[in-house]
Write a protein that binds this ligand. Structure first.
Ligand code: FUB
Length: 440
């Protein structure tokens, strides 16, 4: 183990699209909080998927510049939801709001086995934007058939509004001071043309915008409507995101450092509509406030805000530090560097024992890898917990160790952590693993 981090050598110059590829993420709700970072609260398409049934374990991602994204780790799973459906899963499109020192995480989740008839809007809270969330129960009196996709907008006067809905019906209402109940009743949002789901509200130049997914068969688009009031009535203004190639569409619009962005998802990594990936592109307005059609790019967006923050030091574990089994073997490169090969064999693994978790808490685990395949995968397990499959996109050659992938996980205090990377999902070789502890 040594301290020479390789993350420094791998700064991206644009976000690329998809912008997050290590795991499958969808339904991004983006916010800029008081620390100046932009945060994405996304749903998580766990791989392998079974429809959208197994979606679970929300991750948050944050960035100082729109290009370099940090996985902040898992913030809530269906196991944490005492009132949720017994079978778990179905943790669908969430949002987060900040008011008076507390972050409120809103998520749709069924309370019963009959999932589509029992949707509720759960609320978890924390004093921090990306960790420490505790479930507080659900918003009473809301939910029912297809009522999903909560979005919360906090206006300039600090009043907060909740929007949600699916199956063609969108409702809105003002949240009470506790942010967990509605003042009066929710009401149907009037004037939305072809509403399907995925409501999102933002404000620009005193105009309220409500964006949403429409019903185009198998290829939903994003539309929007505007109003002079946060609860409408709304005037439909048309389509601003054409089909992405994915059967669902879902996005959010946010201003960051003077520019506007659309966060959305597509299926470019997996080719499957239930294994989606978050993308970011610039969003522009016409003189009259109309949203111009967003151009979907492969490059994504450029870094904004000038300086990129320093990357804290990491511990690096070399291939030779790993315990290898079931066909995995050390292979030396011509320069004498050891790498782990043989990971294409089912069950082949590279295990790092004695991984230092410092005082315990969140640790960013990233492997440096090479693969000639378009998409290989590694299963990550930490201290016996299964984090499922982590994607590794092609580096253009089986000895080209320029890929970095991984997740942020929970580590125990001290040097007793065990991290296993298991293959069997394509030809891939590991050069080393980097562990960076994140502040609580
Ligand atoms: O991700 C599950 C569901 O698919 C969301 O709640 C919808 O908006 C659609 O994206």
């Amino acid at each position: 183990m040594n301290n020479a981090s390789y993350a420094h050598q791998h700064r991206k110059t644009t976000s690329l699209n998809p912008a997050i590829t290590s795991i499958y993420t969808a339904d991004p709700s983006a916010h800029v909080w008081e620390d100046g970072r932009v945060y994405i609260y996304a749903s998580h398409d766990t791989d392998p998927a079974r429809g959208c049934d197994l979606m679970d374990r929300y991750h948050v991602f944050s960035s100082p510049d729109m290009v370099n994204w940090r996985d902040e780790g898992e913030i809530l799973s269906s196991d944490d939801v005492a009132w949720g459906r017994p079978e778990g899963g179905f943790m669908w499109a969430p949002d987060c709001a900040y008011r008076n020192g507390t972050y409120y995480f809103y998520y749709p989740h069924p309370s019963g086995t009959d999932w589509n008839a029992t949707w509720k809007i759960g609320v978890a809270t924390s004093g921090k934007p990306a960790s420490g969330f505790q479930d507080q129960g659900y918003i009473g009196g809301l939910g029912g058939f297809a009522m999903i996709d909560p979005a919360v907008f906090v206006d300039d006067d600090n009043r907060a509004y909740l929007y949600y809905g699916g199956g063609g019906r969108c409702e809105g209402g003002e949240l009470a001071e506790d942010m967990m109940s509605v003042k009066g009743t929710m009401r149907e949002m009037e004037g939305l043309e072809d509403f399907h789901e995925a409501a999102w509200v933002f404000k620009r130049n005193d105009v309220y915008y409500l964006t949403y997914a429409d019903n185009l068969e198998g290829n939903n688009r994003m539309r929007y409507a505007t109003s002079r009031s946060p609860l409408g009535p709304w005037t439909s203004r048309g389509i601003f995101l054409e089909p992405t190639g994915c059967s669902t569409t879902h996005g959010s619009v946010t201003e960051f450092k003077g520019k506007w962005y659309l966060f959305y998802h597509n299926q470019a990594v997996s080719g499957e509509g239930t294994l989606r990936s978050v993308c970011i592109d610039e969003l522009d307005f016409a003189e009259d406030g109309a949203i111009l059609t967003v151009t979907q790019t492969k490059e994504g967006v450029k870094a904004v805000g000038g300086t990129t923050e320093a990357i804290p030091p990491a511990d690096v574990y070399a291939a030779a530090d790993g315990v290898l089994g079931n066909g995995a073997a050390l292979r030396m490169l011509p320069d004498g560097t050891g790498t782990v090969a043989g990971l294409e064999a089912p069950g082949a693994f590279c295990r790092f024992n004695g991984v230092d978790g410092g005082a315990g808490g969140r640790g960013e685990l990233r492997v440096r890898y090479a693969t000639a395949e378009r998409l290989a995968k590694l299963r990550l397990q930490v201290n016996g917990k299964d984090y499922s499959l982590v994607n590794a996109l092609s580096t253009g050659g089986e000895e080209r160790f320029t890929g970095i992938t991984g997740l942020t996980v929970t580590l125990d205090p001290g040097r007793g952590n065990t991290v296993s990377w298991t293959g069997g999902h394509g030809g891939i070789a590991i050069h080393s693993m980097e562990v960076r502890l994140l502040p609580d």
